[in-house]
Design a protein around this ligand. Sequence first.
Ligand SMILES: Nc1nc2c(ncn2[C@@H]2O[C@H](COP(=O)(O)OP(=O)(O)OP(=O)(O)O)[C@@H](O)[C@H]2O)c(=O)[nH]1
Ligand SMILES: [Mg+2]
Length: 224
Amino acid sequence: MPKPYISIIIPTLNEAANIRHLLPKVKSVLKDYTYEIIIVDKHSKDGTASIAKRMRAKVIYDDKGKGSALIRGFKAAKGNIIISMDADLSHRPLELKLLISGVEAGYDVCMGSRFLTGGGSDDMPRFRRAGNKFFVSLVNALYGTKYSDLCYGYRSFSNVAARKLKLKETGFGIETEISIEAKKEGLKVMEIPSFEKKRIEGVGKLHAFRDGYAILKTIFRNFR
Ligand SMILES: Nc1nc2c(ncn2[C@@H]2O[C@H](COP(=O)(O)OP(=O)(O)OP(=O)(O)O)[C@@H](O)[C@H]2O)c(=O)[nH]1
Ligand SMILES: [Mg+2]
């Protein structure tokens, strides 16, 4: 069977110090594949876009939030398999192979999970962990899913599946919306253990309370 073409979508806001380390690692893991790396940048002021271009990634721009950046990236992606990944080295490039093999094995969407055996997080303060747990339980109760994780963006999609998802979330509610939409569209979903490392450089953009409230709104807005 021919190797699939892979699209890696990375939203960025001031991640220059991280992507200069991330991109070579991603390229090394994908050396036996044909692939594109699409950086969706919010006009970062720290040179993120020029570093990415120098490292032969495609750069497109989006000025809203992480969600709208991912939606734009999905639209631009040409791969048979599309993977969403953070720029801050929290997502281990070696796990790309697990995410690829899940789609190759016939799943529409493979979601990294920090709460399956083998997964974990070095980057989740206690209140965030509690919030995530609450949101997971709420989504599972309302939508009849069996997810173990929700607000985690390391995921792979078949191109066909990605195009079926009707996504509107502009911010950090995007992962939640994807999880809900995958269920609504009847997609075949698998969770894969994933270990989230601490952000290496720069500052996190997620604000637990503001974005937690947005996630809650996402959960209820989609419930009908
Ligand atoms: N294009 C774009 N990317 C964003 C935006 N906000 C965050 N990102 C990127 O989305 C990814 C995840 O954001 P993070 O700030 O790492 O969120 P987080 O992992 O929940 O927070 P930390 O644990 O503090 O790192 C990173 O690659 C960010 O650069 C945005 O408004 N626009
Ligand atoms: Mg992060």
